[in-house]
Write a protein that binds this ligand. Structure first.
Ligand code: NAD
Length: 298
C-alpha cells in the first residue's frame, strides 16, 4: 500500500482520491475548498489542514489543480520545502508546457524524482479509475511513476522527457477540437442537402472521413448511444475545458513559432459557443450552433 498526498480535490481529484482509498491506499488530502475536503474525507481520505501537512511523510505527491500558476505556487510553498526525502512528485493537472518544465527543473534541483502526467478520460474516468496518463519524465523514473498511477489508470504511457506529457495532451486535444468541428460541419451540411445525417454517419463511418469524433462521439443524436449528444450534451468534455486546452496549445505554438491556423479557428468557435452561455455543455454541442439550432439546447 502506498501513502499518497493529493492536493486539489475538485471534479477530477475528488474521484482520484476515492479510487485510491477504495483500493486500500492512504490519501493525505488537501484542498482550499472545505466542501471538497469534506467529500474526500467522506470517501476515506485523511483531511489535512494545509498542503504542507498533506505532503508530510507521503511517498507519492499528486497535484490536480486548475492551471500552471496554482501548481507552481503549491510546489514552491508546500511540496518542495515539505516533501519527504525520496518522495515521487507527479503533477496530473493540465498546464502549460513551459511551467511543467520549470517545475521539473526546480524539483530535480531539490533532489526529487518528478513527472508531469496530465490525463484523458474526464470526470467519469477519474471516478472509475480508468484514466489515461500521459507522462513526461526521465526513462529510469517511469516504472515508479507507472506503479504510482496504475490504481487510477486504464493506461499509463510515457511520452518523453519533462513536459512531454503536457505536450502530448494539448496536441491530442488540438486534433480532437479541430476534428470535431469538421464532423459538425459535415453533418450540418448533409442535413441541409437533404441527406439523412444518420445515413451520412453510416457512410462516413466506413469511408475516409471516419474518425473518433464521428464514430465514438457523434455530435448528431442517435447513431452512438453513449455519446453526450444523446444526453443533451451533458456529462461529457465541457466546452470550457476544450477551450482551456486549445488556449494552451496556441500559447505553446506561439512560443515555438509553429503556425496552427485551424486550431486558432477552432478556439474562436468554441470561445463563441462558450460566450453564448454553453461553456458547461459538451464540446460536440457546437453542432447546434452550426445548424442554427441553439434554441434547442437547454
Ligand atoms: P476543479 O476546478 O473541479 O478542481 C480544482 C480544485 O483545485 C478545486 O477544488 C480548488 O479548490 C483546488 N485548488 C485550487 N488552488 C488550490 C491550492 N492552491 N491548494 C489546494 N487546492 C487548490 O477542476 P477539475 O475539473 O478537477 O480539473 C483539474 C485539472 O484536471 C485541470 O488542470 C483540468 O484541466 C484537468 N482535467 C480536467 C478534466 C475534466 O473533465 N474536468 C479532464 C481532463 C483534465
Amino acid at each position: 500500500m502506498i501513502r499518497y498526498a493529493l492536493i486539489g480535490l475538485g471534479n477530477m481529484g475528488g474521484g482520484m482520491a476515492a479510487v485510491l482509498t477504495a483500493a486500500g491506499h492512504t490519501v493525505q488530502a488537501f484542498d482550499l475548498s472545505s466542501k471538497a475536503l469534506e467529500r474526500a474525507a467522506a470517501a476515506g481520505a485523511v483531511a489535512c489542514a494545509s498542503a504542507p501537512e498533506a505532503v508530510s511523510g507521503a511517498e507519492v505527491v499528486l497535484t490536480m489543480l486548475p492551471a500552471g500558476a496554482h501548481v507552481l505556487e503549491v510546489y514552491q510553498q508546500a511540496i518542495l520545502p515539505h516533501a519527504a526525502t525520496g518522495a515521487l512528485l507527479i503533477d496530473c493537472s493540465t498546464i502549460d508546457v513551459a511551467t511543467a518544465r520549470d517545475i521539473a527543473l526546480q524539483a530535480s534541483a531539490a533532489g526529487f524524482a518528478v513527472a508531469d502526467a496530465p490525463v484523458s478520460g474526464g470526470v467519469a474516468g477519474a471516478a472509475a479509475g480508468t484514466l489515461t496518463f500521459m507522462v513526461g519524465c526521465p526513462e529510469p523514473v517511469f516504472a515508479k511513476v507507472e506503479a504510482a498511477l496504475s490504481p487510477m489508470a486504464k493506461t499509463v504511457v510515457r511520452a518523453g522527457e519533462a513536459g512531454a506529457g503536457q505536450a502530448a495532451k494539448i496536441c491530442n486535444n488540438l486534433l480532437l477540437g479541430v476534428s470535431m468541428i469538421g464532423v459538425c460541419e459535415a453533418l450540418a451540411l448533409a442535413e441541409r442537402l437533404d441527406l439523412d445525417p444518420e445515413r451520412f454517419f453510416e457512410i462516413a463511418s466506413a469511408s475516409s472521413g471516419q474518425c473518433w469524433s464521428l464514430t465514438t462521439y457523434c455530435p448528431w443524436p442517435g447513431p452512438v448511444e453513449t455519446a453526450p449528444s444523446n444526453r443533451n450534451y451533458e456529462g461529457g468534455f465541457a466546452t470550457a475545458m476544450m477551450l482551456k486546452d486549445l488556449r494552451l496549445a496556441q500559447g505553446a505554438a506561439a512560443s515555438v513559432g509553429v503556425s496552427t491556423p485551424l486550431a486558432a479557428q477552432a478556439q474562436a468557435l468554441y470561445s463563441l459557443f462558450d460566450s453564448l452561455g454553453y461553456g458547461e455543455k459538451d464540446f460536440s454541442g457546437l453542432l447546434q450552433l452550426l445548424r442554427g439550432r441553439l434554441a434547442e439546447l437547454t
